[in-house]
Design a protein around this ligand. Structure first.
Ligand SMILES: Nc1ncnc2c1ncn2[C@@H]1O[C@H](COP(=O)(O)OP(=O)(O)OP(=O)(O)O)[C@@H](O)[C@H]1O
Length: 588
């Protein structure tokens, strides 16, 4: 928790200081009350005292109580404000950090955990600052101040207070040490619940189609019950605190009055008896304030362990650096543009034992098309995903325009690339906002560029039929469009970027053969100088490529044009002829 405090801004520290000042004022005023009470007790029992004097002292008491109330309101207001602005600041930092993560870190934390860490965990910390911080300041100040007021009054009363405080501490320490491990589990069980819910909601159509509601419900039930049981355990444990505190407070009052009665009984002098009685009233008030401080602290101990666990989880995210580091180069070598070269590249996924691609070398020059084909899982997507640095190669190097991709700033590298993923990703907004997405290091993408890109991607027909056309609404994930329409918008987004290199990761598979062919031929015309890296499953999609690379279990087993490979590569021939019979390759 303390480490998170470094994210407080100077203005926030000012608020913390103000909170502290008002808390000191509040404690001062609260502790003034027993002094006035003592005065009133003495006055009541002293013959000749005036009623007006008692009323005057009572008036001072009222002013103190009012002052304390105002201070308490200001403290609450400031703490809540501070907590809200700190939470906003943390959320922003976490969002920025997660955006800088490579796939390795995102997969390492898991998406659901990152969501919980940016929402639930930050709320825990916010709650602690809003409520816990003021108690953490107030309780010790109150306890120490009240103790100094009663420290040399009477050893029997002091001993009774001391014993109560030690007993309370013992209860608090026992309860907290039992609850802390459970609090840690609560946050990871919340991650699990988010993950189950998320998976169920994303796969809801499949769940319904396969009548798997019961199975999903039972998965949810298990996650929910585990979380609930943990909550119940900690709440029951914490519930034990409150009655212990009340019992301690009442027990202490009883002890003070008992000791007081004994002392009054022992004394023979009337004046001394009045003093003891007055001291007893004052002492019990202060002693109750001491115990009250511990009662308040128990509340902190209810929320602190969870906030502590949450703070650690937030800290883990903020302290994790992306394994993909930014370089400094912004331009490729002078005379080069759109050149991609793989030099003996091998790669294994983080924590995986085996390489998924091994010793891959090829070179694509400006305007050339390199296509990758091979069986499922042969490593095609992995190869092209190394180009925009979703991961870095384990061995070997990748050069773009003669410069290692690791040496570029990520912005400069991504500006060179128009990447279209295997599964089209759209964002809620409009068709135009999805196509003119992001920045390309040049001027803003104009409406004309959007229209041109949609036209090249063969999407004009459906866009113009959509209500509001280019301003047509796109739902989250593009769920109000068909697979092929989404894919065409994703392709148009890459075209609108006007990049040096297109990376199409099996991006044409959702299109029918005719659209696929028309799109590629128009792309060739409109973006003739752009280098293409295409992953394809269909021979038709890749057969016109300048070089086709055939992969098998992560290794290159064939390289050449369509005609060359038909003669030289057994694997390619198998793929080609299996499709030839089905799709009449000849007509492509
Ligand atoms: N994030 C990941 N972590 C671990 N292993 C992975 C990951 N992604 C892919 N793999 C593994 O890497 C291998 C290659 O996967 P890749 O997606 O590159 O294949 P592909 O040839 O594109 O397949 P497909 O044609 O089915 O898309 C597979 O065996 C897969 O299990």
């Amino acid at each position: 928790m303390i480490q998170l405090l470094k994210y407080l801004k100077t203005k926030d520290w000012g608020i913390v200081f103000m909170v502290l000042l008002f808390i000191i004022a509040q404690v001062f005023l609260d502790l003034k009350l027993p002094d006035y009470m003592s005065e009133i007790t003495v006055k009541v029992q002293t013959p000749g005292s005036e009623t007006s004097e008692i009323i005057q002292t009572g008036g001072y008491m009222m002013l103190c109580a009012l002052g304390s109330l105002v201070a308490a309101i200001i403290v609450s207001f400031l703490s809540t404000r501070l907590a809200a602005s700190f939470a906003k600041n943390l959320r922003e930092r976490q969002f920025d950090k997660v955006e800088s993560f490579s796939m390795q870190e995102i997969n390492g934390f898991s998406t659901s955990s990152l969501i919980t860490r940016s929402t639930n965990d930050i709320t825990q910390v916010q709650m602690f600052i809003a409520v816990g911080m003021q108690i953490m300041f107030k309780a010790p100040i109150m306890a120490v101040w009240a103790l100094t007021k009663i420290s040399n009054k009477n050893w029997q009363w002091t001993a009774a207070t001391g014993i109560t405080v030690v007993a309370l501490l013992a209860v608090i320490i026992t309860v907290i040490s039992l609850a802390l491990p459970r609090f840690k589990r609560i946050q990871s069980l919340t991650d699990n619940l988010t993950s189950v819910t998320r998976e169920n909601l994303t796969g809801i159509r499949v769940v319904r189609a396969y009548n798997a509601e019961d199975h999903e419900e039972s998965k949810f039930e298990t996650a929910n019950t585990a979380l609930n049981q943990n909550y119940l355990f900690t709440t029951r444990l914490m519930a034990f605190m409150s009655p212990s505190m009340v019992a301690a407070m009442n027990g202490l009052s009883l002890a003070i009055y008992w000791i007081g009665a004994y002392l009054i009984n022992e004394s023979m002098d009337m004046m001394e008896r009045i003093t003891i009685f007055s001291d007893m009233v004052v002492f019990s008030s202060y002693a109750i304030q001491v115990v009250m401080s511990f009662v308040m602290l128990t509340f902190v101990f209810v929320i602190l362990p969870r906030a502590q666990v949450s703070a650690n989880r937030i800290k883990e995210v903020l302290n994790t650096d992306s394994t993909i580091n930014d370089g400094t180069v912004t331009e490729g070598k002078d005379d080069l543009e759109g050149e991609v070269e793989f030099r003996n590249v091998s790669f294994k996924y983080p924590d995986a034992a085996d390489y998924v691609i091994k010793d891959i070398s090829f070179k694509a020059r400006k305007g050339e098309t390199i296509a990758f084909i091979g069986s499922t899982g042969s490593g095609k997507s992995t190869i092209v995903n190394l180009v925009p640095r979703f991961y870095d190669p384990t061995e070997g190097e990748i050069l773009i325009d003669g410069v290692n991709v690791k040496d570029y700033t990520q912005e400069a590298l991504c500006n060179k690339i128009g990447y279209v993923p295997q599964k089209a990703v759209l964002f809620s907004g409009t068709i135009a906002s999805n196509i003119a997405f992001g920045e390309n290091g040049k001027e803003d993408i104009s409406r004309d560029a959007v229209k041109r890109a949609i036209s090249v991607a063969k999407g004009t027909d459906f866009v113009e039929k959509t209500e509001n056309q280019y301003e047509g609404h796109v739902a989250q994930g593009g769920n109000n469009f068909s697979g092929g329409q989404k894919q065409r918008m994703a392709i148009a987004r890459a075209i609108a970027r006007d990049p040096e290199i297109f990376v199409f990761d099996d991006s044409f598979s959702a299109l029918d053969y005719k659209t696929d062919r028309e799109l590629r031929s128009q792309l060739k015309e409109e973006a003739s100088g752009v280098t293409n890296l295409i992953v394809g499953q269909r021979i038709g999609t890749i057969k016109d490529a300048d070089t086709i690379i055939v992969l098998d279990e992560g290794r290159i087993v064939g390289k050449g044009t369509h005609t060359e490979l038909l003669e030289t590569s057994e694997v390619y021939r198998e793929i080609a002829y299996s499709q030839l019979s089905e799709e009449e390759l000849a007509s492509e």
